[in-house]
Design a protein around this ligand. Structure first.
Ligand code: 7MF
Ligand code: ZN
Length: 878
């Protein structure tokens, strides 16, 4: 039984626990229909809380209690209180041993939190509150304990038994069962606990740390995937080296393990010494993984590895501090990726995620500060705001205090808090103490939700040669926060003269200046200018804000050509394209076919012809703002008009530049072995972008080009790009599309990760991915409704990736999604909750769709016994 109404918990109510758990000794007896868990806890009174010894209440969910012992004596049922999600035991001394035996059923655990089975393998996921599904415990991150774990299981079925730390003993029983004991010397909270048992193969390597210690590296997968682990291993070694070079942080155990699991709610998990990964984030080979997947594997391996310091050695005091580890670790992995690949492109990619998806979250009903003040279900707060905006906040600190001070601050933070559960405030304080820079006003970023807007106006006085920039800031109201205090916003600017040269802004000749915007409005004056300059504002996306400045379309074309800041050059193109597409949308709403502004088409021609432009940046500049980005920026969303208008512009670009696109397409062909390095990736991506434009044209030879590329492809990037080009083209024959899809299926039906993309390409296709087709695919033998990856590919791909069909206008897409959310809520609430995101944006749609979406949400809300996950999202949305 659950509480009738889930309750919110508040940051302001935080209290340290009454008891600490110094040691946690676990024994897992794994069987085919259940598991027995024996937990022996070394409990000690929290001395800060006085002399009395109140009852000790542990949390537990879906557990069958077998027995309880205090200091070795079994308690009778009258001596403890068993609640629906708790166990309370009386306490008579300030330090004692508590033994709890529980029975759990991993085989029946479909939520994929706690201990469960995936393809016959036992595995765990405990962050944030999954450990309570394993045994009764103080399942909160400020309770840090030294764990020892003994795992016992059938040796034939489960030859590999893993947990955190080092294996210190093993043995066998006559029954065919065997056991291994693992000891983790580092204190950790329960959310970092992990256990794996299965029949797995291993790839091994070693890394020698900067102090000369040799660390064993092991990646485990099912045997048929063992040849796809090399890239993850290489990424791991690069990450270990990078953290030593850039942060001075060394690995601390003798062994580091990664296990790939097919059924997993998230990307990966940083359990101490035993990372568990979604298979899709580990496995890569040239014929199964795209360039994007290669880069994703590298970034996620790095992210999880970096958590060993930012998350594990220094963990979070409570879940309100989640961004302390996640924002900082995303910042670390972003810098790592920038160093390994193209820094400029990485910045554009990250800004795109912020501006399309995080800004939308910040403008929606679930908006929250990077340090939320309350939540009902913590799983709902693993958001783009915590991760990506959290990363941007850390980046702004680096921008404000400078790189050297930032490194001093991170050293101070790690030294001060090693082995502790810390807060966001501890992090900011360390940065402040190390740099001497006052961050008081900056702290508003931790408390206030919403995307700030900076309004920029300028004036030039020809007689005095004075140019002044006035910057005002405001932040829209968000749930529970009607008014906001001004933020400290670092705004990097440059001033371009008529030739496009950045003017020197100080005696030293610097052409870029960081403006500290702290007031509601403030003016900066620049002297001695001969002519009115064009401002380049928010260079390198120096703060997660919207910029309002009245750029003319000529200004934007000018910035696209001349701005020395790669991010702003790209952004100018995006602004221009958005404005041009918006013209067409407004036209359609008035029943007119507006003309496409030729300045955009010409500007794209200039980009295409620019041979000096970095290929990866060129590709970004040739990509129109996504439908999602256009929707985010719209006052009121008209989905079909957005799809049609964007598509018209794509066709016009293709028609105008067909020859150049074709020339580039042929010139960029790569021969030889597949290499996922920055140079080759840039060539393939740009070439496939050209192909995407070319198939927009009604021309058989161009449609043939896509088919030929598919048939001759020697790597997954080219294969999938060709398939997508074919599927998304309005002029490709249905026969060819079917033949390619069948061919793909024939080749990859046994590769679960690749099959995700087969489902996703179809569910996201505006022409092929109708609701009917998606429903048919649900019955496909390769679909697996217990797999979050498959659900995300097919249902998520349709609801978030297929604007035209999901928002077709009949409302059937919304009803379909609501049905699935209701079904999945019983099975896997975390996955159900994430799939619901598109419906939560209902208020931004035009009235007819808005009403249909609201009805779908109302129907979900009326279902009895909703999970806390769905309850929170649905009630906050309505
Ligand atoms: C890179 O943060 C960036 C973000 C929680 C699970 C992984 O390490 C994690 C875990 C979620 C959402 C995104 C990410 C993760 C989780 C993630 C992974 C790689 N502590 Br939920
Ligand atoms: Zn993380």
């Amino acid at each position: 039984m659950k509480d009738a109404q889930p309750r919110a918990i508040y940051l302001k109510d935080y209290q340290a626990p009454d008891y600490w758990i110094d040691t946690t000794d676990l024994t897992f007896d794994l069987f085919e229909d259940h598991a027995l868990v024996t937990s022996v806890l070394g409990v000690r009174r929290n001395e800060d809380h006085g002399d009395e010894t109140p009852d000790l209440t542990l949390v537990g969910i879906d557990l069958e209690l077998v027995s309880v012992y205090v200091d070795g004596s079994e308690l009778t049922a009258e001596q403890y209180i068993l609640g629906s999600e708790s166990l309370t035991v009386p306490v008579a001394s300030r330090a004692f041993s508590l033994t709890v035996v529980t029975r759990i059923r991993p085989q029946e655990n479909t939520s994929l939190e706690g201990l469960y089975k995936s393809n016959g393998m036992f595995c765990t996921q405990c962050e944030a509150e999954g450990f309570r599904k394993i045994t009764y415990y103080l399942d909160r991150p400020d309770v840090m304990s030294k764990f020892t774990t003994k795992v016992i299981a059938d040796k034939g079925r489960y030859p590999i038994l893993l947990s955190n730390g080092n294996d210190i003993a093993r043995g066998e029983f006559d029954s065919g069962r065997h056991w291994i004991t693992w000891e983790d010397p580092f204190k950790k909270p329960s959310y970092l606990f992990a256990l794996v048992g299965g029949d797995l193969e291993v790839v091994e390597d070693t890394f020698t740390t900067m102090s000369g210690k040799e660390v064993a590296l092991r990646i485990f997968t099912e045997s048929h995937n063992i040849d796809k682990c090399d890239h993850a291993m290489l990424s791991l070694k690069k990450s270990m080296k990078w953290d030593e070079d850039v942060y001075g942080r060394e690995y601390d155990l003798d062994i580091f393990m990664i296990v790939a699991v097919d059924h997993f709610n998230m990307g990966a998990m940083e359990n101490k010494g035993l990372n568990i990964f979604n298979s899709s984030c580990v496995l890569a080979s040239p014929d199964t993984a795209t360039d994007a997947s290669y880069q994703r594997v590298e970034a996620i391996v790095a992210h999880e590895y970096f958590h060993n310091w930012s998350g594990n050695r220094v963990t979070c005091r409570d879940w309100f501090q989640l961004s302390l580890k996640e924002g900082f670790t995303v910042f670390r992995d972003a810098e790592f990726s920038a160093d390994m690949n193209s820094r400029g492109v990485k910045r554009i990619e990250d800004a795109t995620v912020m501006k399309t998806a995080q800004f939308a979250e910040d403008a929606g009903p679930m908006a929250h500060p990077i340090r939320p003040q309350s939540f009902i279900e913590i799983s709902n707060f693993y958001t783009l705001t915590i991760y990506e905006k959290g990363c941007e906040v850390v980046r702004m600190i680096q921008t404000i205090v400078g790189k050297d001070n930032f490194r001093k601050g991170s050293d101070l933070y790690f030294d001060r808090h090693d082995g502790e559960a810390a807060t966001c405030e501890d992090f900011v304080k360390a940065m402040e103490d190390a740099s001497g820079v006052d961050l008081s006003q900056f702290r508003n970023w931790y408390n206030q939700a919403g995307t700030p807007v900076i309004a920029v106006t300028d004036r030039f006085d020809q007689d005095s040669g004075q140019y002044s920039l006035t910057i005002g800031q405001s932040c829209p109201a968000t749930p529970g926060q009607d008014t906001k205090l001004p933020f400290h916003i670092p705004v990097a600017i440059a001033l371009l003269d008529r030739e496009g040269k950045a003017l020197p802004l100080n005696e030293a000749g610097a052409t870029e200046q960081l403006l500290h915007v702290t007031a509601a409005e403030e003016t900066w004056t620049f002297e001695g200018l001969a002519e009115k300059p064009l401002p380049s504002i928010l260079r390198n996306f120096s703060a997660p804000v919207r910029v309002n400045y009245d750029y003319s379309r000529e200004d934007l074309v000018f910035l696209m050509k001349y701005d020395s800041d790669g991010y702003n050059r790209w952004d100018a193109g995006q602004r221009l394209a958005t404005a041009v597409i918006e013209d067409l949308v407004s036209g359609l709403l008035k029943g007119e076919e507006a003309e496409i502004d030729s300045r955009l088409i010409e500007a794209f021609g200039v980009v295409l012809a620019d041979d000096k432009l970095d290929k990866a940046v060129k590709e970004e500049m040739l990509t129109l703002p996504s439908q999602a980005s256009l929707a985010e920026q719209a006052e009121e969303i008209h989905p079909l008009e957005i799809c049609e208008s964007r598509s018209r512009v794509r066709k016009a670009i293709a028609a105008a530049h067909k020859d150049k696109l074709l020339e580039l397409y042929h010139a960029l062909e790569l021969k030889g072995e597949y290499r996922p390095d920055a140079d080759d990736i840039a060539k393939r991506t740009l070439r496939n972008t050209c192909l995407g434009y070319l198939v927009e044209l009604e021309d058989d030879s161009l449609q043939q080009l896509a088919e030929d590329q598919y048939r001759n492809a020697s790597n997954m990037t080219d294969l999938r790009s060709a398939m997508s080009a074919a599927i998304n083209s309005s002029y490709q024959s249905q026969e060819t599309i079917n033949s390619l899809l069948n061919d793909f299926l024939g080749r990859y039906k046994d590769d679960s990760v690749v099959m995700d993309s087969w489902f996703m390409m179809q569910s996201g296709s505006p022409s092929l991915g109708t609701l009917e087709h998606v429903k048919a695919l649900l019955e496909h033998e390769s679909f697996d409704r217990t797999s979050p990856n498959k659900l995300r590919a097919l249902i998520g791909g349709f609801a978030s990736g297929n604007m035209k069909q999901f928002h077709s206008g009949t409302g059937e897409g919304y009803e379909f999604l609501a049905d699935w959310i209701i079904t999945l809520d019983k099975q896997n609430p975390q996955t159900a909750s994430r799939l619901m995101t598109p419906l939560t944006r209902w208020k931004k749609y035009e009235p007819v769709r808005r009403e249909c979406m609201r009805k779908a949400l109302e129907r979900i809300k009326a279902v009895p016994d909703l999970s806390t996950d769905i309850y929170e999202v649905v009630t906050k949305s309505l």
